[in-house]
Design a binder for this molecule. Structure first.
Ligand SMILES: [Zn+2]
Length: 144
């Protein structure tokens, strides 16, 4: 086998694409030819380097992503604030109106007051859980 032919087959050997029958002849040549053996070792080394190579750097448009994420986060926060805040104001206002009404039954006032108090408690607990959860988020910074 000529060295030129062997070097083509060495690539096949490294890529695991050689037939069993070709491997023996190739190994025979490698055991006798120093220069092909060096070529083989060099290819193996390069192959290992490529497998170890770090993934490519993030693209240059990170600042665009950052701006999008910033507005998305801020928008989401403000949206929640307005939605929950307005809802709370509405609840408190209607509760206040109910208790102010002179000819409403006290039992009705207490029952509806209890429903509102329960709702508010659940809301506060779930908001607190969300805040606690987001502080311990392992995937913080990962774009979902
Ligand atoms: Zn050779």
């Amino acid at each position: 086998m000529k060295c030129e032919e062997v070097r083509i087959k060495i690539n096949g050997l490294i890529d695991n694409e050689l037939a069993e029958s070709e491997i023996d002849a190739l190994l025979d040549h490698l055991s006798t030819c120093k220069s092909c053996r060096a070529y083989y070792k060099e290819l193996l080394r390069m192959n290992r380097e490529m497998l170890r190579a770090a993934p490519p750097d993030p693209a240059d448009n990170w600042y665009i992503d950052f701006r999008k994420r910033f507005f998305r986060k801020t928008g989401g926060f403000l949206g929640r604030l307005f939605f929950i805040g307005s809802y709370l104001v509405l609840l408190i206002y209607s509760l206040f109106q109910l208790f102010k009404a002179p000819n409403e039954d006290l039992a009705i006032k207490l029952i509806i007051g209890g429903i509102f108090a329960g709702f508010l408690l659940l809301l506060v607990v779930s908001i607190a859980d969300r805040i606690k959860e987001s502080k311990n988020d392992r995937y913080r910074g990962v774009i979902r």
